[in-house]
Design a protein around this ligand. Structure first.
Ligand SMILES: NC(=O)c1ccc[n+]([C@@H]2O[C@H](COP(=O)([O-])OP(=O)(O)OC[C@H]3O[C@@H](n4cnc5c(N)ncnc54)[C@H](OP(=O)(O)O)[C@@H]3O)[C@@H](O)[C@H]2O)c1
Length: 373
């Protein structure tokens, strides 16, 4: 069957039973659904029912870097398999924790599964932090579960855009902030690869609001027209046309992670390249392409949690969140005017959506949103 899909013989849907969507760690095209008994919820723990989440290339990157960046460690799975992390909404189904009430709706980092057991700490009306011991060494940006009722980002009518874009937007906010902070916005074009990806679009949306910024979007030939139509890039070019750019100082923000594209951009600008920021790996099968020495500066990996820690230190966590929330609402409104969700329900729809995203078959103006029964 396509994608090495295995449906488990038993797919329980009764309250309290658990279902997992698992991906083979060393062959991301192989996936299966597994049913299991619900866990006992001991004192200090709560059971979340995963309701709905977005699925974009970002989730595939979590799987591609599951081992190298410990993304598999958030939601441990049987040997050799992984639960792909998702961003979305869940509800507290059972709780043995003071201040964590059943029925509370939460936004956070969720497994590709029907349920998640958490160990809430610092619980209050804003939500809680999952203090599960296996997460202690993992970046804290992924530990918070925010109660929608007290969340300044939340609006019931924009849940879909929130699931799909909120975590990506946070990254994009930080990218825009860092590029401006380093004085790169007025020193030649900012060249963005995978310009049609949501995270790139969110970064470009914010950069485009700054004075004198010139934005060049690099994309696949089939997505050039879409990137042009967005109206936030000054120019849209297919990957093969890098050579037509004027040589001069420039900044490269790389969402594709494609070795051949990176080599082409670095070779074109050489030492005139001011900064090369590696953000994403949408072209996950081309990471090793483009062998050869890379001219210009060494690419610097952009890891959002590190920049969050820096700005939380500079401004305070509350001020950082206020700034992101203020920038979020206009973006959310704009994206909501053109982004078309592809809605699916259940684990079979999840399998189809996952394979579509993995193979790059989703049109850039669309995005998968899954709801679990
Ligand atoms: N470092 C961080 O902290 C951080 C945080 C958030 C996101 N990111 C990264 O940013 C990237 C974008 O994520 P997203 O969720 O915004 O992506 P997305 O909107 O789902 O990206 C879709 C675009 O990616 C390209 N693409 C996707 N799958 C492909 C495939 N199999 N083969 C070739 N091209 C493919 C295509 O763009 P083109 O035709 O334009 O190439 C496509 O239009 C991800 O790699 C994500 O991990 C990094």
């Amino acid at each position: 069957m396509p994608g090495g899909w295995h449906a488990a013989a038993r797919q329980p849907s009764t309250l309290g039973s658990m279902t997992d969507f698992l991906v083979k760690r060393d062959d991301l095209r192989e996936c299966r659904v597994v049913a299991s008994e619900p866990p006992e919820i001991e004192a200090g723990r709560a059971l979340l029912r995963v309701d709905t989440f977005g699925l974009t290339a970002n989730n595939v990157t979590y799987a591609v870097f599951g081992e190298a960046m410990s993304y598999w460690d958030f939601f441990p799975a049987p040997d050799g398999w992984g639960r792909v992390p998702m961003w979305g909404f869940a509800e507290v189904e059972r709780s043995e924790v003071y201040n964590v009430e059943p029925g509370t709706r939460l936004f956070g980092y969720l497994p590709s599964a029907s349920h998640l057991v958490v160990t809430p700490t610092a619980a209050g009306e804003g939500g809680f932090v999952d203090g599960s011991p296996h997460k202690a060494a993992l970046p804290s940006a992924y530990h918070r579960y925010l109660a929608t009722a007290a969340d300044r980002f939340y609006r019931p009518d924009t849940e879909t855009v929130q699931m799909l874009l909120r975590p990506l937007f946070f990254t994009s906010f930080l990218i825009d902030d860092q590029i401006a902070d380093e004085g790169l916005t007025r020193r030649g074009p900012i060249v963005v690869s995978s310009a049609s990806s949501k995270t790139a679009i969110a970064a470009a949306f914010q950069l485009a609001r700054r004075e004198e910024v010139e934005l060049v979007g690099l994309t696949s030939p089939g997505n050039v027209e879409f990137v042009e139509r967005l109206g936030i890039y000054d120019r849209a070019l297919a990957y093969d046309d890098v050579g037509s750019l004027e040589r001069g100082p420039a900044t490269f923000v790389d969402f594709a992670g494609d070795g051949a594209v990176r080599l082409a951009v670095h070779s074109h600008y050489g030492d005139r390249l001011l900064h090369s920021m590696l953000v994403g790996m949408t072209h996950w099968e081309e990471l090793q392409a483009g062998a050869g020495e890379l001219p210009g500066p060494a690419p610097a990996f952009f890891f959002a949690p590190d920049r969050v820690a820096k700005r939380a230190g500079d401004w305070g966590r509350a001020s950082l969140e206020q700034r992101v929330a203020a920038a979020w609402h206009p973006f959310c409104e704009w994206v909501g005017s053109w982004l078309e969700p592809i809605r699916g329900e259940g684990f079979e729809a999840m399998r189809d959506a996952y394979l579509d995203v993995l193979e790059g078959r989703v049109e850039p103006a669309r995005a998968h949103v899954l709801t679990l029964p």
